[in-house]
Write a protein that binds this ligand. Structure first.
Ligand code: DC
Length: 229
């Protein structure tokens, strides 16, 4: 069967990663979480005196961006890919609320985006890839054969994220999460470079009232439809 490129874009915390990861496993494609790459650059900036307080030393980051190597390796136990920053596993470190609250300003920087987009295009050059993010169907793979744009209400997304972080033992307030989601939506939609928007040929999926299984079945149907064409 011919391999295709699958682009999944949408708002923060609407389950894109889960659905993209599950689909990739099912159809034996490579899964790439592009958000993890922006998170890794953010973590690097926090740990290397580039992002201090609310300030970003853009000159230093521009200079160091070529030294930031991001890769994904499969965790043999879970079967899921994990994010490595310069050879170190940072999968847990990039998921904290602190990184979440700093990642949007980092992802508005044009040189960060062009660097990561080039890496993402390289990862997908042989197709057989599911990538999720904000600009995958519009900028990274504008010719992807299957594009999905996912949304859900901010309240529902915040509830899901809250439950996920509480399960991981993080101490956080629901209101903080909701605020963070709304702020990220605002920045993602209004930045000048590659703002979050639905590609004209993307299928819309509002999963506010869908279970994971219903969503999975819908996605698999779309995959079968496109690959049968
Ligand atoms: O999917 P996520 O929440 O892990 O993404 C983290 C941040 O990275 C998000 O606030 C927006 C940004 N991002 C982006 O600008 N472009 C992408 N392709 C993926 C993520």
């Amino acid at each position: 069967m011919k391999k295709i490129t699958i682009a999944i874009d949408g708002y923060s915390s609407c389950g894109k990663s889960t659905m993209a990861k599950d689909l990739a496993k099912e159809i034996k494609y490579i899964y790439i979480d592009s958000g993890a790459m922006y998170r890794a650059v953010t973590l690097y900036s926090m740990e290397n005196h580039i992002f201090t307080g609310q300030n970003i030393d853009t000159d230093k980051l521009r200079h160091e961006i070529k030294n930031i190597q991001i890769s994904f390796h499969l965790n043999q136990e879970t079967g899921n890919p994990e994010t490595y920053l310069n050879g170190v596993n940072v999968e847990n470190k990039i998921r904290t609320l602190e990184v979440s609250s700093k990642v949007s300003p980092i992802s508005t920087l044009d040189f960060v985006r062009s660097n990561l987009v080039a890496q993402q295009q390289l990862m997908g050059k042989s197709k057989g890839i599911v990538m999720d993010g904000r600009d995958i169907g519009t900028t990274v793979f504008p010719h992807a054969e299957l594009k999905i744009f996912v949304s859900a209400s901010p309240d529902i997304r915040a509830k899901r994220r809250y439950n996920e972080l509480i399960k991981k033992g993080q101490k956080i307030k629901f209101s903080e999460i909701l605020e963070n989601i709304k702020e990220r939506d605002r920045i993602d939609q209004h930045r000048t470079v590659s703002p979050l928007k639905r590609a004209e040929d993307a299928l819309l999926l509002d999963n506010s009232d869908l279970t994971i299984d219903e969503q999975k079945a819908w996605l698999l149907d779309q995959f079968k439809r496109v690959t049968a064409e």
